[in-house]
Design a protein around this ligand. Sequence first.
Ligand SMILES: Cc1cc2nc3c(=O)[nH]c(=O)nc-3n(C[C@H](O)[C@H](O)[C@H](O)COP(=O)(O)OP(=O)(O)OC[C@H]3O[C@@H](n4cnc5c(N)ncnc54)[C@H](O)[C@@H]3O)c2cc1C
Length: 441
Amino acid sequence: MSPRVLIAGGGTVGFEVARRLARSAVDLDVTLLSPDSVLVYQSLLPELASGVIEPRHAVVPLRAGLPGTRVISGELTGLDHEAGTAAVALRDGAEVEAPFDHLVIALGAISNVMPVPGLEERAIGFSTVAEALHLRDRVLDRMQLAEATADPEVRRRALTFVFVGGGYSGVEAIGELQSMADDATVQFASIDRSELRWVLVEASDAILPMVSPELRRHALATLRDRGIEVRLETMVERIDGRVVHLSDETHVEADTLVWCAGMRPHPVVGGLGLPVDDDGQLLVDAALQVEGTTDVWAAGDCARVPDLVGGGTCPPSAQYALRQASQLADNLVRSVRHQPSRALRYRPKGELITIGHHEAVGELFGRPLRGWLPWLLRHGYHIARIPTWRRKLRLWLDWTLNLTFAREITELGSVKHPRAAFEEAVAARDADLDEAQQRES
Ligand SMILES: Cc1cc2nc3c(=O)[nH]c(=O)nc-3n(C[C@H](O)[C@H](O)[C@H](O)COP(=O)(O)OP(=O)(O)OC[C@H]3O[C@@H](n4cnc5c(N)ncnc54)[C@H](O)[C@@H]3O)c2cc1C
């Protein structure tokens, strides 16, 4: 019987591990367990939110992208390591036990929601397709409200957008959404760009800690030049209704609050009985094996992987996650062949981060880059990296069309209530029936 490999998680790591195992010369029985039917390419969420790329082009269907891998809709809920079985909740609600010879844990991370009063009621995160789509509709919906209302307070609040967190997601999201809203003012004749208020709140003294101080300063200056209020060394203290109170004793009234202030390992990993650190990340060695085990592997945002090149631990990024995934798959195959594992030694090639308005900042092979060139290179990188030729082509088309024609600015808020029109029709029919009955009686 072929060794059974169970991969929990169909994101960056899970997809790459499955893809590599399918290509290996060893005969393995691979099952991928995922609550979603697609791999979400998170680095493209900012451009998805701003309407530059189509939502379906930022995801890759797991079944089509991984021929030869059994994909099961369900979630890992527990582990009996001694018995070699994983507890799985299937899509239909059934609880089953899945036996494995090797288990790969690739559950990623979720938003780190701090205990800020009012936060959970008022904020939205930015790590899923649904959140990115919601934000796009939200910005356009608030512009519609602002145009319709005669109340200046309502208008001001509708046109104010607060983002918390100056890392990848916060900076990319605010930069891209501001670009979209600026373009949208062409359709909203009564709204001037200067009325749109964008606030980025960051607890530390800089944004984009992953790039050099020079590039951080450039990104900060560019965002501020565009009118984005970047509040450094500031924290959100509490939220009262639509009022966001900040630690510098000021407040901002806004209808929209986006929480991008960090992620934390998926909570399921803490309940598996495996070693985790204080932050809840699985402790793995440089071969991507969970400490104290020979058959459990982990990588990506849910794992604490030693960085043998830069020192410390690998940062949570797609670039590291991909390299870890390929090393993990390689080592898993070596383990099946009774060969010694190899340690991950990875020197990142660079970073390319969009800041909106066709500009990016980044570093490539140690060279600092800013402006439209890194923005173009970023496109090339993602086209090269996204799995399947079909997705590569669609992405390239989206970006090319976007450069050629005006941005697609369409709000499809009604899709959130797909039965609304039908329910209205039912209500109209009932009203007609009532009226007819009254006439008869
Ligand atoms: C908005 C945003 C922008 C980003 N931009 C960049 C960037 O520009 N460059 C960069 O390098 N990095 C970027 N990152 C970070 C990067 O996307 C992550 O570091 C990377 O995706 C981590 O991969 P992963 O496989 O660990 O997790 P994920 O890709 O998140 O995959 C985790 C998977 O596990 C699944 N799952 C969850 N619970 C269960 C369960 N119980 N059972 C089974 N499956 C489960 C999830 O559905 C998901 O499919 C960005 C992240 C975000 C949110």
